[in-house]
Design a protein. Structure first.
Length: 193
């Protein structure tokens, strides 16, 4: 069955190839041009709101991870006066960090970066662990700089450099690294378009 040609708008393949883009657009029926609107980029406001939501979720997951870290450490070291790892606080801290890392991984995967799907969760978790080790190094670097370069050793200076400044540097690094390298799967929004 052949399609009847419209007078004045039909062209042969050779004529179509010789047309300029303006002529080609003019010969296209208006109904087909209107049926496929160009993709609209999200507004600055909607991107800002999405970024703030993601940042807030990241901070909440981090706060939960901090509580898990501190709680696990204190249970292992101080439960009942002298916990099972009272005389091994570094090992207790390693265990506490490992438990908190697992908790924050799943919190970030399922909430903060839930809009990104991945086909390789093993790669994702390995990179997550590597970037956590780097972030811990940054935090320790802030404390070490205060202690050994600036020669500050009061409890206040340790808490400012290691806990406050070190934590801020580590949080900013983690957010950037997780978004850029760890949770890199396709966004659900790009699948819908």
């Amino acid at each position: 069955m052949s399609v009847p040609e419209r007078s004045g708008s039909a062209s042969t393949p050779a004529q179509s190839a010789a047309m300029t883009p303006a002529q080609s657009a003019a010969s296209t029926p208006a109904s087909s041009a209107a049926s496929t609107p160009p993709p609209v980029a999200p507004s600055l406001i909607s991107r800002l709101i999405a970024g703030l939501r993601q940042g807030a979720a990241f901070l909440v997951v981090g706060a939960i991870g901090f509580l898990v870290d501190a709680g696990t450490y204190n249970l292992l070291v101080f439960w009942g006066g002298e916990g099972v790892l009272y005389h091994a606080p570094l090992q207790a801290k390693i265990i506490a960090i490992a438990v908190a890392t697992v908790v924050t991984y799943f919190g970030n995967k399922w909430w903060t970066f839930s809009h990104k799907q991945t086909d390789n969760p093993g790669r994702e978790y390995l990179l997550y662990a590597v970037f956590n080790v780097v972030a811990i190094g940054l935090q320790l670097g802030c404390l070490g700089f205060s202690r050994y370069v600036l020669d500050l050793s009061t409890p206040l200076s340790d808490n400012i450099s290691g806990t406050l400044i070190g934590q801020i540097v580590a949080v900013v690094f983690r957010y950037w690294a997780y978004d850029k390298f760890v949770f890199t799967g396709k966004s659900e929004k790009s699948d819908m378009a």
